[in-house]
Every structure is written in structure tokens, then in C-alpha cells.
Design a protein around this ligand. Structure first.
Ligand code: NAD
Ligand code: TDX
Length: 361
């Protein structure tokens, strides 16, 4: 039975990945989820699988060398899938240091501990061990408003925010381990994800939540920045396919071929909410374009991201399966059915953060 060490499994993509893996492999695999549970980590995301015999949660900080090496000593780990990170660009602009700590130092600890556990005296590695580093398209910087311009695996790194700079640094560390120690790894750089369990500081769940409550919908700048949105389950599937079928030491870009301006996304959300809310639902009257408010732009705001997922399609046969129209309906339906999750996520610390972030915009 293969044993996975998943970091950041209580977050948005990590929890969707764990659900995907148990759906696909059921009792053929074992998953150890290591997460320190920051504001973004939520064990509620995993409550339907938490009692499985082949699932273990360990609360630990990836920067804690002793805790992480103990996990490797006590378990014969076959796969590492490294999601844990500080992930929100706006927070990185306010407080960059924690991004460097978790994203750079934390990745260094993960690499060191995996190498120590897996490397043999002759410098080769125990059979079949693999590390997958989950990264972002933001490391490539910003594309012009030209629909023929894409990010490729060969595009130069050009990060702009403290978040993307920290992710770029972590990618460089993984590359250095592969080049220096032939460490068995892959890097994936993915575009913007959306779907269930996404923390409502990110654009899509924030807009769904605010619109349902009749709150302002804060659009940064002119609203014409473009992101390439991918349904999170498609990302989970891509990660598994890269780890099992990809060539070791390679980078694979993962993208939705679904580029849209922020304002277009927001209009689709508002239309879909109107379409899906029952006639007698009191929230119907809240949902309105009048709530759209243009606010001051994000500092250093990247204009456009777009991935050409040609390599992963050609080599591995992965492609985005969920069309945006369908994915956004599934996402909205999930938020309808999980009102309490949203209430819990938006109470306490998140509310304080929301007030500080939007007060003077
Ligand atoms: P998230 O913020 O929802 O989750 C991050 C998780 O990591 C949380 O559960 C948190 O508790 C945990 N964590 C943070 N610091 C930790 C530490 N020091 N030790 C242990 N656990 C820690 O993030 P997400 O959106 O699920 O992103 C997951 C990964 O995917 C990140 O590496 C991110 O850079 C990458 N990524 C995200 C997107 C996206 O659209 N969200 C796109 C491409 C790549
Ligand atoms: O209130 C908002 N208003 C707004 O106009 C927020 C929160 C965002 N935006 C804009 C900024 C971006 O152009 O919407 C776009 C999407 O913003 P985010 O959801 O914050 O995502 P982004 O900054 O693009 O980064 C995301 O995708 C890549 C993830 O947060 C990263 O972790 C991932 O690497």
C-alpha cells in the first residue's frame, strides 16, 4: 500500500485532493495529512473522511524540522504532495515575512527531511519515492492583453508579489535539489483554482458570499485583469497523473484554457446566482449588479495569466474536463448547501482581516 504525506491537506486544494484520492484509490492508499491549521486550514473540510483507517491527521508546522523528520522516521512515506503554503496575494502585500518563512523555509525542511529519509549511501534513492511540489503560474509574472501570449514551462520566472516571489524561490529550491542531488521530484505550476472549500478571501467565494448578503462587490482596478480558472478537481486529477505518469525531474503547467476578466467572472456569478436561487428565497433580492464597486487596485497587480497546458496534454493525456459554466454551478451549489461552513469561515479572525483589507479602499 502506497503511503502519501500530504502537506496543507486542510486547505482548499489539499482537502479537495484528499477527497479525490480516496474516491479514486479507496483503501489502496494511506494518507497522512500534515497541517498546522492556520486561518486557512479547516478540518471541517475533511470531516467525512476523518474516521477512515487509512487516513491520519498530524498537526505540525512544516518549518519544524524535528516534527517533520519524526513523521518520516515513523512512517515509510512513498509520495510527498506538498501543498502547504501561505497562498493569498493580498496578505503577502501586507505581511511578506510569513510567506518567506512558510513557503521558502518550509519547503526547504520538507525537501531535507524527504531526502534524508529516501537517499541511499551511494546517492541513489529508495525505489519509487517521489516528491511533488505544488506551485503556481504566478511565478511567470504577467502577460500582456494579447490572447496569443501564454505561459510555457520554458517561460522565464518573473514574480511580482511577495507571494509569487516566495513560491518562485520554493520552486528554485526544488530545482536545485533535483540538479544537485538527483532528488526524485516534479513541480506543477497551476492557474487559479475554484470550487468547494475555498476560503472566502479569494475572488470567487468572496463574491458569492457578498452577493448573497447584499454586500458590496469590491473589484480591483478596472476589473479587466485576466485569470485562467480551473475547477479544483481537475487540478487534483492532474497532480495525481503527473506523479504517476509524468517524467521525473520535469515541470508541468496545469491550466484551464478558461481565461476571463474578473468583471466577466463576476457577471457570470451574479447571473448564475439569479438562475439558481429559488423564486421564494429571500437572498434573491440581494443579488444585484448595483453591488459592484470599483475599488483601488492591488499593488503590483499582474494583468493577465494564461497557461498553455500543451505539455501535460501531450505527455500525460490530462486536459481540463469541467467547463466553467458547469464548474461555477457546482461551486455555487456547494456554497448553498454549506452555509454553516461559510459562517464559520467568515467569523472571528477572517472578519477582522476583511475589515482591515477593505476599510480604506
Ligand atoms: P490554502 O491557503 O487554502 O491552504 C493552505 C494550507 O496550508 C492550510 O490548510 C494551512 O493551514 C496550511 N499551512 C500553512 N502554513 C503551514 C505551515 N507552516 N505548516 C503546515 N501547514 C501550513 O491554499 P490553497 O489555495 O489550497 O493552495 C495550496 C497550494 O496550491 C499552495 O502551495 C498554493 O501556492 C498552490 N496554488 C494555489 C492556487 C489557487 O488558485 N488557490 C493555484 C495554483 C497553486
Ligand atoms: O476582492 C477582490 N477583488 C478583486 O478584484 C479580490 C480578493 C480579488 N480581486 C481580483 C484580483 C485578481 O485579479 O481577482 C483576481 C483573483 O484574485 P485572487 O482570488 O486573490 O487570486 P490571485 O491573486 O489571482 O491568486 C490565486 O491564483 C493563483 C491564488 O490565491 C494563488 O494562491 C494562486 O497561486
Amino acid at each position: 500500500m502506497r503511503t502519501y504525506l500530504v502537506t496543507g491537506g486542510a486547505g482548499f486544494i489539499g482537502s479537495n485532493y484528499i477527497h479525490y484520492m480516496f474516491k479514486k484509490y479507496d483503501n489502496e492508499i494511506r494518507i497522512i495529512n500534515v497541517d498546522v491549521l492556520t486561518y486557512a486550514g479547516n478540518l471541517e473540510n475533511l470531516k467525512d473522511i476523518e474516521n477512515r483507517d487509512n487516513y491520519t491527521f498530524i498537526r505540525a508546522d512544516i518549518c519544524d524540522k524535528e516534527a517533520i523528520s519524526r513523521i518520516f522516521e515513523e512512517n515509510d512515506i512513498d509520495r510527498v504532495v506538498h501543498f502547504a503554503a501561505e497562498s493569498h496575494v493580498d496578505r503577502s502585500i501586507k505581511d511578506p515575512e510569513v510567506f518567506v518563512r512558510t513557503n521558502v523555509m518550509g519547503t526547504a525542511v520538507m525537501l531535507n527531511c524527504a531526502r534524508a529519509a529516501w537517499e541511499l549511501p551511494d546517492g541513489s534513492y529508495k525505489e519509487g519515492k517521489k516528491f511533488l511540489h505544488v506551485s503556481t503560474d504566478e511565478v511567470y509574472g504577467s502577460l500582456p492583453d494579447d490572447e496569443n501570449a501564454f505561459f510555457y514551462e520554458t517561460s522565464p520566472y518573473d514574480p511580482h508579489s511577495p507571494y509569487s516571489a516566495s513560491k518562485a524561490s520554493s520552486d528554485m529550491l526544488v530545482k536545485a535539489y533535483m540538479d544537485t542531488y538527483r532528488f526524485p521530484a516534479n513541480i506543477t505550476n497551476c492557474s487559479n483554482n475554484y470550487g468547494p472549500y475555498q476560503f472566502p478571501e479569494k475572488f470567487i467565494p468572496l463574491m458569492i458570499n457578498n452577493a448573497l448578503q447584499g454586500k458590496q462587490l469590491p473589484v480591483y482596478g478596472d476589473g479587466k485583469n485576466v485569470r485562467d480558472w480551473l475547477y479544483v478537481e481537475d487540478h487534483a486529477k492532474a497532480i495525481d497523473m503527473v506523479q504517476e505518469q509524468g517524467r521525473l525531474f520535469e515541470t508541468y503547467n496545469i491550466g484551464g484554457h478558461n481565461e476571463k476578466q474578473n468583471i466577466e467572472i463576476l457577471n457570470i456569478i451574479l447571473d448564475t446566482l439569479q438562475e439558481m436561487l429559488p423564486e421564494n428565497d429571500p437572498r434573491r433580492k440581494n443579488v444585484s449588479r448595483k453591488l459592484i464597486t470599483y475599488v483601488s487596485d492591488r499593488k503590483g497587480h499582474d494583468r493577465r495569466y494564461a497557461i498553455a497546458p500543451d505539455k501535460i496534454k501531450k505527455e500525460i493525456g490530462w486536459y481540463p474536463e469541467t467547463m466553467f459554466k458547469e464548474g461555477i454551478k457546482k461551486t455555487i451549489q456547494w456554497y448553498f448547501e454549506n452555509e454553516q461552513w461559510m459562517k464559520n469561515a467568515t467569523s472571528g479572525d477572517y472578519q477582522k482581516y476583511y475589515d482591515s483589507m477593505y476599510k480604506n479602499r
